[in-house]
Design a protein around this ligand. Structure first.
Ligand SMILES: Nc1nc2c(ncn2[C@@H]2O[C@H](COP(=O)(O)OP(=O)(O)OP(=O)(O)O)[C@@H](O)[C@H]2O)c(=O)[nH]1
Ligand SMILES: [Mg+2]
Ligand SMILES: [Zn+2]
Length: 295
């Protein structure tokens, strides 16, 4: 049975790429019955019904490494989390929430600081400094000055990458710049703020360097109910090397005495801002859990 990867699904017709050749497959009742929906990024087995017309139908979805719901994308390798130095003002709480989503789904986060043409070096490093201890790749760029585009281009080889971040930070602009053509619609920032909505509304797989790029309008959402307050700390990679020296083994690094993580924050080994936002996210998750229990 041939296999391949779904790159597009519109109106029940799935585009499956298989050894450089595309097939157009329908999903049969089987999936609906199992409440399974094929999504872009899925590896599938399919049966060819007409080789000339490249038609077939899906037989099986292979086990997913991970997936996002809005937009529905499976088997993502990395997420390029875009923030802008200015316009809109950086929302690092959102970036941290997105990092939590990535860490919980085994997606590699990459921090991308865009619009460096609008701010100073200092403003740029104020953002970067908060993420140095995570060890994540940090890329500074400017679509306007065509700076840093090659660095982004370089990391895309053979991977499924998604773009995420606030509306207006330049995700679609970066994508277009890398593709050297207008693939995604770009929005005027003043109109965006007025409307408060994303210009990009649908997910699309764009083929590049043996991998795929997805501009994701909705991945900016973080669903606190999916996290447990006590497990949140595990999503902070820079806490890990200190954790086992906390006095209490179940330390959540907020109010406990002799907390090695808090000590690391004090001595500058962990970013104070990241830790502060960690406590904010912790409270948000705890609050949601409380509301769910009804008290
Ligand atoms: N000065 C400057 N403007 C930029 C840069 N990158 C993008 N822009 C502008 O920022 C605005 C928003 O860009 P988009 O690419 O639509 O942003 P987006 O992140 O895709 O936004 P949504 O699709 O709404 O989520 C546009 O007016 C771009 O021209 C940059 O590096 N510098
Ligand atoms: Mg966009
Ligand atoms: Zn601790």
């Amino acid at each position: 049975m041939p296999d391949g990867m779904i790159t597009k699904g519109v109106g029940g017709l799935y585009t499956v790429i298989s050894e450089k050749c595309e097939y157009f497959c329908k999903a049969r009742g089987l999936f609906r019955k199992n409440d399974e929906k094929p999504i872009p990024g899925d590896w599938v087995e399919f049966k060819v019904t007409n080789e000339q017309l490249k038609e077939g139908y899906l037989l099986k979805i292979k086990k997913r490494k991970n997936y996002l719901i809005r937009p529905a994308v499976a088997n993502i390798d990395q997420a390029i989390l875009v923030v802008s130095v200015l316009d809109p003002k950086p929302d690092l709480l959102l970036i941290d929430k997105l990092i939590c989503v990535c860490e919980s789904k085994d997606i590699t986060p990459i921090i991308c600081i865009n619009k460096t043409d609008l701010g100073s070096k200092l403003e740029e490093s104020e953002i970067a400094n908060q993420y140095i201890q995570t060890g994540y790749k940090i890329i500074s760029c400017s679509v306007k000055n065509e700076k840093g585009m090659a660095l982004i281009d370089e990391i895309l080889h053979d991977k499924i990458s998604v773009f995420a971040g606030q509306s207006g930070v330049g995700k679609s602009s970066i994508l277009n710049s890398i593709m050297k053509k207008e693939v995604m619609e770009i929005g005027d920032i003043s109109i965006k703020i007025g409307r408060g909505k994303n210009t990009t509304r649908h997910a699309e797989f764009i083929s590049i360097h043996g991998g795929y790029l997805v501009d994701t309008p909705g991945f900016s959402s973080f669903e606190p109910q999916l996290f447990s307050p006590n497990q949140l700390k595990e999503l902070y990679v820079e806490f890990q090397q200190f954790e086992n020296t906390c006095r209490f083994s179940g330390c959540i690094h907020i109010n406990e005495p002799d907390c090695a993580v808090k000590n690391a924050v004090k001595s500058g080994k962990i970013s104070m801002e990241r830790h502060k936002r960690y406590t904010t996210i912790y409270e948000i998750i705890k609050q949601v859990k409380k509301e769910k229990r009804g008290y």
